[in-house]
Write a protein that binds this ligand. Structure first.
Ligand code: HH2
Length: 293
Protein backbone atom coordinates (compact mmCIF):
# COMPACT_ATOMS: atom_id res chain seq x y z
CA UNK A 1 0.00 0.00 0.00
CA UNK A 2 1.31 3.46 -0.85
CA UNK A 3 0.15 6.38 1.22
CA UNK A 4 1.12 9.89 0.26
CA UNK A 5 0.33 13.21 1.86
CA UNK A 6 -0.04 16.58 0.22
CA UNK A 7 2.72 18.23 2.28
CA UNK A 8 6.27 18.17 1.02
CA UNK A 9 9.05 17.72 3.51
CA UNK A 10 12.44 16.06 3.82
CA UNK A 11 14.15 13.98 6.45
CA UNK A 12 17.69 14.93 7.38
CA UNK A 13 19.52 11.96 8.93
CA UNK A 14 22.10 12.81 11.60
CA UNK A 15 25.59 11.35 11.17
CA UNK A 16 27.91 12.45 13.94
CA UNK A 17 31.56 11.53 13.42
CA UNK A 18 32.52 12.60 16.95
CA UNK A 19 33.64 10.93 20.19
CA UNK A 20 31.34 13.10 22.34
CA UNK A 21 27.96 13.79 20.70
CA UNK A 22 25.23 13.60 23.32
CA UNK A 23 23.30 10.67 21.87
CA UNK A 24 25.61 8.77 19.52
CA UNK A 25 29.11 9.96 20.45
CA UNK A 26 31.79 7.45 19.45
CA UNK A 27 29.40 5.17 17.53
CA UNK A 28 30.53 6.31 14.07
CA UNK A 29 34.02 7.68 14.68
CA UNK A 30 35.40 5.01 12.40
CA UNK A 31 34.83 6.15 8.79
CA UNK A 32 33.73 2.75 7.50
CA UNK A 33 31.14 2.41 10.32
CA UNK A 34 29.92 5.93 9.51
CA UNK A 35 29.54 5.11 5.81
CA UNK A 36 27.58 1.94 6.64
CA UNK A 37 25.33 4.03 8.89
CA UNK A 38 24.89 6.64 6.14
CA UNK A 39 23.65 3.89 3.84
CA UNK A 40 21.21 2.73 6.53
CA UNK A 41 19.87 6.26 7.03
CA UNK A 42 19.27 6.60 3.29
CA UNK A 43 17.57 3.17 3.17
CA UNK A 44 15.29 4.40 5.96
CA UNK A 45 14.27 7.45 3.91
CA UNK A 46 16.78 10.21 4.64
CA UNK A 47 17.00 12.64 1.71
CA UNK A 48 19.69 14.73 3.40
CA UNK A 49 22.66 13.39 5.39
CA UNK A 50 23.98 15.87 7.96
CA UNK A 51 27.60 14.97 8.68
CA UNK A 52 29.21 16.63 11.71
CA UNK A 53 32.69 16.40 13.24
CA UNK A 54 32.19 18.65 16.27
CA UNK A 55 29.65 18.16 19.03
CA UNK A 56 27.51 21.17 19.93
CA UNK A 57 26.12 19.65 23.13
CA UNK A 58 26.11 21.93 26.19
CA UNK A 59 29.63 22.06 27.61
CA UNK A 60 31.29 20.59 24.49
CA UNK A 61 34.91 21.56 23.90
CA UNK A 62 35.86 23.15 20.55
CA UNK A 63 37.66 21.06 17.89
CA UNK A 64 40.45 22.32 15.56
CA UNK A 65 39.95 22.61 11.78
CA UNK A 66 42.49 19.80 11.27
CA UNK A 67 40.73 17.39 13.65
CA UNK A 68 37.29 18.21 12.27
CA UNK A 69 38.49 17.59 8.70
CA UNK A 70 40.24 14.37 9.73
CA UNK A 71 36.89 13.13 11.07
CA UNK A 72 34.49 14.20 8.35
CA UNK A 73 36.42 14.12 5.05
CA UNK A 74 36.83 10.32 4.70
CA UNK A 75 33.12 9.93 5.46
CA UNK A 76 32.09 12.64 3.01
CA UNK A 77 34.26 11.13 0.31
CA UNK A 78 32.91 7.65 0.99
CA UNK A 79 29.32 8.85 0.88
CA UNK A 80 29.86 10.98 -2.25
CA UNK A 81 31.49 8.01 -4.00
CA UNK A 82 28.44 5.82 -3.40
CA UNK A 83 27.03 6.80 -6.76
CA UNK A 84 24.00 4.51 -6.52
CA UNK A 85 22.34 6.85 -4.06
CA UNK A 86 24.41 10.02 -3.88
CA UNK A 87 22.48 11.47 -6.82
CA UNK A 88 19.22 11.56 -4.85
CA UNK A 89 20.65 12.42 -1.44
CA UNK A 90 22.01 15.82 -0.51
CA UNK A 91 25.06 15.90 1.76
CA UNK A 92 25.09 18.54 4.47
CA UNK A 93 28.16 19.50 6.50
CA UNK A 94 27.36 20.49 10.08
CA UNK A 95 30.11 23.03 10.75
CA UNK A 96 30.67 26.66 11.65
CA UNK A 97 34.22 26.76 10.21
CA UNK A 98 34.71 28.17 6.70
CA UNK A 99 37.75 25.96 5.98
CA UNK A 100 35.78 22.82 6.86
CA UNK A 101 32.80 23.96 4.78
CA UNK A 102 35.04 24.73 1.79
CA UNK A 103 36.72 21.30 1.89
CA UNK A 104 33.40 19.55 2.44
CA UNK A 105 31.84 21.27 -0.57
CA UNK A 106 34.85 20.24 -2.68
CA UNK A 107 34.26 16.65 -1.48
CA UNK A 108 30.56 16.65 -2.45
CA UNK A 109 28.56 18.47 0.24
CA UNK A 110 25.91 20.86 -1.08
CA UNK A 111 24.45 22.17 2.20
CA UNK A 112 26.30 23.98 4.99
CA UNK A 113 24.50 23.62 8.32
CA UNK A 114 25.95 26.42 10.44
CA UNK A 115 24.63 26.47 14.02
CA UNK A 116 26.16 29.94 14.49
CA UNK A 117 24.21 31.37 11.52
CA UNK A 118 27.41 32.81 9.98
CA UNK A 119 28.60 34.46 13.20
CA UNK A 120 31.24 31.85 14.09
CA UNK A 121 33.64 32.47 11.22
CA UNK A 122 33.64 35.72 9.21
CA UNK A 123 34.82 33.84 6.10
CA UNK A 124 31.80 31.50 6.05
CA UNK A 125 29.43 33.83 4.19
CA UNK A 126 31.97 34.15 1.37
CA UNK A 127 32.26 30.36 1.07
CA UNK A 128 28.48 30.20 0.66
CA UNK A 129 28.25 33.09 -1.78
CA UNK A 130 31.12 31.74 -3.94
CA UNK A 131 30.05 28.09 -3.95
CA UNK A 132 26.30 28.58 -4.35
CA UNK A 133 25.75 25.88 -1.72
CA UNK A 134 22.49 25.71 0.23
CA UNK A 135 22.69 26.60 3.91
CA UNK A 136 20.86 26.30 7.19
CA UNK A 137 21.10 29.28 9.54
CA UNK A 138 20.24 28.39 13.14
CA UNK A 139 19.43 30.45 16.22
CA UNK A 140 21.59 29.96 19.31
CA UNK A 141 21.81 32.17 22.38
CA UNK A 142 25.46 32.35 23.48
CA UNK A 143 27.82 29.52 22.53
CA UNK A 144 27.73 25.76 23.21
CA UNK A 145 30.02 25.80 26.26
CA UNK A 146 27.76 28.16 28.22
CA UNK A 147 24.44 28.38 26.34
CA UNK A 148 22.37 26.51 28.94
CA UNK A 149 23.38 28.80 31.83
CA UNK A 150 20.01 30.49 32.59
CA UNK A 151 18.95 31.60 29.09
CA UNK A 152 16.46 34.51 29.18
CA UNK A 153 14.08 36.05 26.64
CA UNK A 154 11.21 38.52 26.90
CA UNK A 155 9.38 36.65 24.09
CA UNK A 156 11.41 33.72 22.79
CA UNK A 157 9.52 33.40 19.50
CA UNK A 158 9.70 37.11 18.65
CA UNK A 159 13.40 37.19 19.47
CA UNK A 160 14.28 34.04 17.51
CA UNK A 161 12.22 35.35 14.58
CA UNK A 162 13.97 38.75 14.58
CA UNK A 163 17.36 37.03 14.78
CA UNK A 164 16.63 34.68 11.86
CA UNK A 165 15.29 37.56 9.77
CA UNK A 166 18.45 39.57 10.47
CA UNK A 167 20.79 36.64 9.63
CA UNK A 168 18.88 35.93 6.41
CA UNK A 169 19.20 39.60 5.46
CA UNK A 170 22.94 39.55 6.27
CA UNK A 171 23.50 36.46 4.10
CA UNK A 172 21.52 37.83 1.15
CA UNK A 173 23.32 41.20 1.28
CA UNK A 174 26.63 39.31 1.18
CA UNK A 175 25.66 37.52 -2.01
CA UNK A 176 23.95 34.31 -0.81
CA UNK A 177 20.81 33.66 -2.87
CA UNK A 178 17.72 33.77 -0.69
CA UNK A 179 16.32 30.60 -2.23
CA UNK A 180 19.41 28.76 -0.93
CA UNK A 181 18.67 29.55 2.73
CA UNK A 182 16.83 27.42 5.30
CA UNK A 183 16.18 28.65 8.84
CA UNK A 184 16.16 26.80 12.17
CA UNK A 185 14.97 27.94 15.64
CA UNK A 186 17.78 25.94 17.31
CA UNK A 187 15.80 23.76 19.72
CA UNK A 188 17.92 23.24 22.84
CA UNK A 189 20.51 25.91 21.98
CA UNK A 190 20.36 28.43 24.81
CA UNK A 191 16.75 27.57 25.72
CA UNK A 192 14.89 26.22 28.72
CA UNK A 193 12.28 23.47 28.39
CA UNK A 194 9.56 26.16 28.35
CA UNK A 195 11.38 28.07 25.58
CA UNK A 196 11.67 24.89 23.44
CA UNK A 197 7.99 24.07 23.91
CA UNK A 198 6.84 27.60 23.11
CA UNK A 199 8.96 27.66 19.95
CA UNK A 200 7.45 24.36 18.81
CA UNK A 201 3.93 25.46 19.62
CA UNK A 202 4.34 28.76 17.74
CA UNK A 203 6.47 27.44 14.88
CA UNK A 204 4.00 28.81 12.33
CA UNK A 205 5.20 32.32 13.25
CA UNK A 206 8.70 31.36 12.06
CA UNK A 207 7.36 29.63 8.94
CA UNK A 208 5.91 33.06 8.09
CA UNK A 209 9.48 34.25 7.35
CA UNK A 210 8.99 32.49 4.01
CA UNK A 211 12.00 30.16 4.09
CA UNK A 212 11.94 26.37 4.67
CA UNK A 213 12.14 25.68 8.38
CA UNK A 214 14.48 22.99 9.74
CA UNK A 215 13.64 21.49 13.14
CA UNK A 216 16.00 19.43 15.30
CA UNK A 217 14.38 17.97 18.40
CA UNK A 218 15.76 14.46 18.03
CA UNK A 219 16.56 12.77 21.39
CA UNK A 220 17.16 16.17 23.02
CA UNK A 221 17.33 16.76 26.75
CA UNK A 222 13.97 18.54 27.15
CA UNK A 223 12.24 15.37 25.89
CA UNK A 224 14.21 13.29 28.41
CA UNK A 225 13.15 15.60 31.23
CA UNK A 226 9.45 15.69 30.37
CA UNK A 227 9.28 11.89 30.04
CA UNK A 228 11.15 11.49 33.35
CA UNK A 229 8.74 13.88 35.02
CA UNK A 230 5.62 11.89 34.07
CA UNK A 231 7.38 8.64 35.06
CA UNK A 232 8.26 10.12 38.48
CA UNK A 233 12.01 9.85 37.79
CA UNK A 234 14.53 12.47 38.85
CA UNK A 235 17.04 12.24 36.00
CA UNK A 236 16.23 12.79 32.30
CA UNK A 237 15.40 9.40 30.75
CA UNK A 238 18.10 7.68 28.66
CA UNK A 239 18.38 8.55 24.98
CA UNK A 240 16.87 5.16 24.03
CA UNK A 241 13.60 6.25 25.71
CA UNK A 242 13.30 9.57 23.86
CA UNK A 243 11.92 8.27 20.55
CA UNK A 244 8.20 8.75 21.37
CA UNK A 245 8.86 12.37 22.33
CA UNK A 246 11.00 12.85 19.24
CA UNK A 247 8.12 11.59 17.10
CA UNK A 248 5.56 13.76 18.91
CA UNK A 249 7.57 16.94 18.42
CA UNK A 250 8.24 16.25 14.75
CA UNK A 251 4.57 15.48 14.06
CA UNK A 252 3.65 18.76 15.70
CA UNK A 253 6.33 20.63 13.76
CA UNK A 254 5.01 19.24 10.46
CA UNK A 255 1.51 20.36 11.36
CA UNK A 256 2.86 23.86 12.14
CA UNK A 257 4.60 24.04 8.73
CA UNK A 258 8.21 22.91 9.21
CA UNK A 259 9.69 21.17 6.17
CA UNK A 260 13.05 19.62 7.12
CA UNK A 261 13.29 17.21 10.06
CA UNK A 262 16.76 16.55 11.50
CA UNK A 263 16.57 13.16 13.22
CA UNK A 264 18.64 10.15 14.26
CA UNK A 265 15.77 7.61 13.97
CA UNK A 266 14.79 8.20 10.37
CA UNK A 267 12.50 5.19 9.77
CA UNK A 268 10.32 5.81 12.82
CA UNK A 269 9.92 9.53 12.21
CA UNK A 270 9.34 8.96 8.51
CA UNK A 271 6.38 6.69 9.23
CA UNK A 272 4.88 9.14 11.72
CA UNK A 273 5.25 12.08 9.32
CA UNK A 274 3.74 10.13 6.43
CA UNK A 275 0.58 9.47 8.45
CA UNK A 276 0.50 13.09 9.65
CA UNK A 277 0.92 14.46 6.13
CA UNK A 278 -1.73 12.13 4.74
CA UNK A 279 -4.13 13.18 7.50
CA UNK A 280 -3.50 16.89 7.04
CA UNK A 281 -3.66 16.59 3.25
CA UNK A 282 -6.87 14.52 3.47
CA UNK A 283 -5.54 12.59 0.51
CA UNK A 284 -4.23 9.06 0.34
CA UNK A 285 -3.36 6.59 -2.34
CA UNK A 286 -3.92 2.85 -2.21
CA UNK A 287 -2.41 0.61 -4.89
CA UNK A 288 -2.08 3.50 -7.31
CA UNK A 289 -5.62 4.88 -6.83
CA UNK A 290 -5.91 8.36 -5.38
CA UNK A 291 -8.70 8.64 -2.82
CA UNK A 292 -9.88 12.06 -1.82
CA UNK A 293 -12.82 11.08 0.29
N1 HH2 B 1 21.19 20.10 16.77
C1 HH2 B 1 22.40 19.54 16.97
C2 HH2 B 1 23.43 19.70 16.05
N2 HH2 B 1 23.24 20.40 14.91
N3 HH2 B 1 21.81 21.64 13.48
C3 HH2 B 1 20.62 22.19 13.24
N4 HH2 B 1 20.40 22.87 12.10
N5 HH2 B 1 19.57 22.09 14.13
C4 HH2 B 1 19.71 21.41 15.31
O1 HH2 B 1 18.73 21.36 16.10
C5 HH2 B 1 20.98 20.80 15.60
C6 HH2 B 1 22.03 20.94 14.65
C7 HH2 B 1 22.62 18.74 18.21
O2 HH2 B 1 22.30 17.39 18.03
P1 HH2 B 1 23.36 16.22 17.72
O3 HH2 B 1 24.06 16.46 16.41
O4 HH2 B 1 22.68 14.92 17.82
O5 HH2 B 1 24.41 16.28 18.91
P2 HH2 B 1 25.86 16.86 19.06
O6 HH2 B 1 25.81 18.33 18.76
O7 HH2 B 1 26.22 16.55 20.49
O8 HH2 B 1 26.75 16.17 18.06
Amino acid sequence: MTVTGARSYRLMGVLNVTPDSFSDGGAFLDASAAIVHARELVAQGAEILDIGGESTRPGAEPVSVEDELRRVLPVLEGVAAASDWSTTVQISIDTSKAAVARAAIAAGASIVNDVTALRGDPAMVEVLADSGADCCLMHMLGEPRTMQESPRYVDVVDEVKAFLEQRLDFAVRAGVREERVMLDPGIGFGKTIAHNLELLDRLDELVALGRPLVVGTSRKGFIGRIVADVAGENEPVAVARRLPGTIATNVLALERGASVFRVHDVAAVRGALAVTAATLGRRWTVRGMTQTS
